[in-house]
Design a protein around this ligand. Structure first.
Ligand code: PFF
Length: 465
């Protein structure tokens, strides 16, 4: 087997991981979720979940990846000596394929908007423009172009492709977003937007806590790229001498910072036009931002910069997903990287085109199916770390760490008990809404706790643990 690729430096790994986290989730999903769920109230709950659940969850994926030193299939084969290992790894690979298929379609939309921005082609009739490009032949073509860009980076490997691209694109995203946030602050009528976004409304939070919880948790996990094995794959290229807890904190907080920055651009801009940003749906950002760009001075330039930023953010997330798939072919079947990139890209060209052609399937896949796959994947990860590996996971946590070592035990406790309950709560949310059953937040919480205890006992019975 050929020698495995690796990061040139820890900084490269950190930037690539922030790049994976900060993507469409931050810029496309986060602002309208925030706007639709009470602004600052959502931001508050989301931040708590990122810290309490996202950070330990991300650490669990990193621990698995660095311990296993392979993509998900190889990692789980070696870490849990049972046929369930290959099955779980295969499930992760399918998840990455599904996520990248729809992600690449949205990436195509962004590319289309970026190219249409210099002339303001969509300014006049935003709804109609989105309707024309979102599904159908145009969507297929731009999905393929987006995929081509992502594939071109992965083609060159971890250090020469992914690491180099991330080192350029991520700083560019932060710089552009900062510039856009400053520009937004100079626009008229934005005060109401800032007030809504940043002032804390405790009454709203108390009244709506249970309805804010689900979207906030979903967003926290999606934005940290958890549950597909993509972060696991990035960590598999990492040396033992770097601190996983420190890296995780840097990555999670940088990602949160980028999300908040995106909100500082999008939410005040929408308010400045008197647009109620609370309506979600895939087209929300595109359709509602157009009038803001159209009516402000320099709108075409700003719109172009905005969509270029979103595009770069989407590319640095896409490469993480594609790398997971490509590296699986390399690790498990010894396929050379370039051929593997070509093969996987051809497959994605087909699956993504299918979604780009059929809107209702796209919405199901990017919503319910993605939620289901990611939560099941993450549940398996935390169960393996918290219930099976335990001592090995603690050792991996501590490797390369000095002052964070004291956090190892509290982390494992969180991964063993808090995370499974939260993840199963989210899974119950998705299943309940899929089945059309009405079950309140308290009922769903009870289901989550009972299911966690049940699974824990079942695992203990099989492993004498
Ligand atoms: N974190 C990315 C975003 O917020 O856009 C999405 C993502 C990337 C999810 C990679 C999962 C993944 F493996």
């Amino acid at each position: 087997m050929s020698t495995r690729d690796s990061w040139v430096s820890n900084v490269g790994f950190v930037l690539a991981s922030i790049g994976s986290a900060a993507g469409l989730g931050n810029i496309w999903r986060f602002p309208w979720l925030t706007a639709g769920n009470g602004g600052s109230a959502f931001l508050f709950v989301y931040s708590l979940i990122v810290v309490g659940v996202g950070v330990p969850g991300l650490l669990a994926e990193f621990v698995l990846g660095r311990r296993g030193r392979q993509t998900p299939i190889g990692t789980f084969r070696s870490l849990i000596a049972s046929r369930w290992g290959s099955a779980l790894g295969t499930f992760n690979v399918i998840t990455a394929l599904v996520i990248l298929s729809f992600y690449s379609v949205v990436g195509g939309w962004i590319l289309r908007y970026m190219l249409a921005s210099p002339t303001g082609a969509y300014f006049g009739q935003p709804q109609q423009f989105f309707g024309t490009i979102s599904y159908g032949l145009q969507a297929v073509v731009f999905h393929l172009l987006f995929l081509g860009v992502v594939a071109a980076i992965v083609f060159f490997g971890v250090s020469r492709g992914i690491e180099r691209a991330s080192k350029v694109m991520l700083p560019a995203v932060v710089l552009f977003l900062s510039g856009l946030a400053v520009w937004t602050a100079t626009q008229p009528n934005t005060a109401a937007g800032y007030a809504f976004y940043l002032s804390f409304d405790a009454d709203y939070l108390v009244a709506n806590f249970s309805s804010v919880l689900g979207p906030a948790a979903g967003q926290a996990l999606f934005t940290l790229s958890l549950g597909t094995g993509a972060m696991l794959t990035y960590a598999s290229y990492l040396d033992e001498d770097v601190s996983l807890p420190r890296n995780t904190l840097v990555i999670a907080f940088s990602n949160m910072f980028i999300g908040v920055l995106a909100g500082l651009v999008v939410i005040p801009l929408l308010f400045s036009q008197g647009i109620d940003p609370g309506h979600g749906g895939p087209g929300a950002l595109f359709v509602s931002l157009a009038p803001a760009f159209a009516s402000l001075p320099g709108g075409t330039v700003v719109a172009t910069a905005f969509f270029a930023t979103v595009l770069m953010a989407a590319v640095t997330s896409g490469i993480n997903l594609l790398e997971t798939l490509v590296a699986t072919l390399i690790d498990c079947f010894d396929v050379p990287r370039r051929r593997a990139t070509l093969l996987v890209s051809l497959l994605l060209a087909v699956t993504g085109s299918g979604l780009a052609l059929v809107g209702p399937i796209f919405e199901f896949v990017s919503g319910t199916l993605a939620d289901l796959l990611l939560t099941v994947g993450l549940f398996a990860f935390v169960a393996i770390v918290g219930w099976l590996l335990r001592a090995a996971a603690l050792a991996e946590f501590r490797a390369g760490t000095d002052r964070f070592a004291v956090l190892a035990e509290p982390w494992l406790l969180t991964v063993s008990w808090v995370l499974p309950v939260v993840v199963l709560f989210m899974l119950t949310n998705t299943l309940v809404s899929l089945a059309g059953v009405s079950l309140g937040a308290a009922g769903r919480a009870v289901v989550a706790v009972v299911a966690t205890v049940g699974c824990r006992l079942a695992v203990a019975a099989r492993t004498d643990g």
